[in-house]
Design a protein around this ligand. Structure first.
Ligand SMILES: [Zn+2]
Length: 524
């Protein structure tokens, strides 16, 4: 059954999954518009994301793309698609050769060390959706075959063991990045030499230099250029035409432009249908003159924040919150202030879960998400609250369907948390136990947790106050009674009593916080 896309849900939604049939629109760099997403093969999605060159420890900038594409996959799976996500590992590159020399290791040892570090950082960030990590060194036959195809089709030429892609042979070249020929030349570090016909031509195969790793080919021993690896591996694993190709904004040109050109020239078919580019991380620092400035985070600028250091200090949820609370096409600002604000925002979710634990409304295995709960609860006194949850869930899906607007989806999650807090206050669950409202709160929390899980986040605190043995079972009830006494004293304008209750609780290690949704307490 289809849920009409209206703000008022039908009276008896028969357990449908909200969001499953709505249309998804994705901003496509190739068309420069938000296009309706339809996969090449109905029900199945192939995704390829350009992964790291493994020559140094990962910094947070390396994880922006993986977090985003992990979320995109989670959402597509939620919508019912089977998704195959591939992230490549560039283990053949000048930078690895240089790092190997510096650290007196083999290129292979460097590759293994930093691939392991990268994958461990992904794991710590809860990125568990990537199906395959193909490495360049394991795909030489495919790369060589593709280069041969380009030579046969007169899109590439061989000069003394080097193979070059002939940019002039592709009339469509430049359409992804929208650059003119002059801009293209200015944008690359390519220069003439080694028999190149044009500055814009780029290497598909580089002849071997002494002491460097090399593989056999019909043009002599050598190694592939950077761009050809992604074309060869993506087409091998996802087919000649696949759905989504992602990467950082800085890869649009020349890397993705070149990938697109050589792939379509080799097959004569559409390569990736949607190209997605995520914004890069910018770090906010103070200049010598005391002014704030933003600059790109990069190893060459020496301002990178290591992924491990950030994960040690803040954990995966706060980092995911930070990366996803900006729209993915915008730059992501990193500063102590931004991190502190994300921490506060996460705490507001933690407090809600702590509050629910205190009133005995923590979800259990019988608790249902709002879609299922609405089958029975729309006929009860909790109907208004359930209806609000349904509307908010739909708005979340609407945000995600609008080019994965995770920032807006997170804002909806905060609204949902406020609704649940207000409902707890309305039903006075802190002072009286009532089964239906508790069940409704649990439904709210299960729904909220589900929306958070689509972003790979957990909202409950690492350890809630009520789990703490020092407060026991009785303490939450007694604290609720004291809060009630204080509120009655305030209502009677007996502020000295009200303040004494608050201060003495504070001395006992319990802080009270007043909000429009009622008074809540926490340890500390
Ligand atoms: Zn790539």
């Amino acid at each position: 059954m289809d849920l009409p896309f209206v703000s008022q849900p039908p009276a008896t939604p028969a357990g449908m999954r909200i969001g499953s049939r709505m249309s998804l629109r994705i901003y496509n760099t190739l068309t420069r518009t938000k296009d309706v997403f339809e996969p090449v093969v109905p029900g199945k999605v192939g995704m390829y994301v350009c992964g790291p060159t493994v020559y140094a420890s990962p910094h947070i900038g390396h994880l922006v793309g993986p977090v985003l594409f992990d979320v995109i996959k989670r959402y597509l799976v939620y919508k019912g698609y089977g998704v195959h996500l591939v992230v490549n590992i560039t283990d053949v590159d000048d930078k690895l050769i240089a790092a190997a020399r510096e650290q007196q290791l083999t290129v292979d040892e460097i590759a293994r060390r930093y691939t392991t570090e990268y994958q461990r950082a992904l794991e710590r960030l809860r990125i568990d959706t990537i199906n395959e990590f193909p490495a360049v060194s394991g795909h030489m036959p495919e790369i060589v075959a593709m280069i041969q195809k380009l030579i046969d089709r007169k899109h590439a030429y061989v000069v003394e063991g080097n193979v070059w892609f002939d940019v002039a042979s592709d009339p469509h070249y430049g359409r992804l990045s929208g650059r003119s020929t002059e801009q293209q030349q200015a944008g690359t570090r390519e220069t003439l030499g080694d028999g190149k016909k044009s500055v814009a031509d780029f290497a598909l195969w580089k002849s071997a230099k002494p002491g460097e790793p090399a593989w056999p080919s019909p043009w002599g021993d050598g190694r592939p250029g950077w761009h050809i690896e992604c074309s060869a591996m993506s087409m091998k694993l996802l087919g000649e035409t696949f759905d989504l190709h992602g990467g950082g904004d800085d890869l649009k040109f020349p890397h993705h432009e070149n990938e697109l050109a050589q792939s379509e020239c080799a097959t004569g078919k559409t390569f990736a249908r949607f190209w997605l580019h995520n914004g890069l991380t910018r770090i906010r620092t103070k200049s010598k003159s005391g002014e704030w400035q933003q600059e790109k985070m990069s190893k060459s600028l020496g301002n990178v924040i290591s992924a491990d250091a950030l994960l040690d200090e803040h954990g995966p949820d706060l980092l995911r919150y930070l990366l996803l609370s900006t729209h993915y096409r915008s730059p992501i600002e990193f500063s102590d202030e931004v991190i502190a604000n994300c921490g506060k925002a996460m705490q507001s979710f933690h407090r809600l879960y702590e509050r629910a634990a205190r009133i005995g409304a923590t979800p259990d295995e019988k608790s249902q998400e709002v879609d299922q709960a609405s089958r029975t609860m729309l006929d009860t006194a909790a109907a208004d609250f359930i209806r609000k949850l349904l509307q908010l869930k739909m708005r979340y899906m609407e945000s995600m369907d609008d080019d994965f607007n995770t920032a807006s989806a997170i804002a909806v999650m905060h609204e949902m948390a406020s609704e649940i807090n207000a409902y707890i206050a309305l039903t006075r669950l802190e002072y009286q136990s009532a089964e239906l409202p508790k069940q409704a709160v649990a439904t709210g929390l299960v729904t909220l947790a589900r929306l958070a899980s689509l972003l790979g986040m957990k909202l409950d605190p690492p350890m809630s106050a009520s789990d703490d043995a020092s407060t026991g079972d009785l303490a939450p009830k007694l604290i609720a009674i004291l809060i009630n006494v204080r509120n009655q004293a305030r209502a009677a304008k007996q502020f000295a009593i009200a303040d004494a209750v608050r201060d003495q609780l504070k001395e006992a290690g319990i802080s009270l916080e007043d909000s429009p949704a009622g008074t809540i307490w926490r340890k500390g």
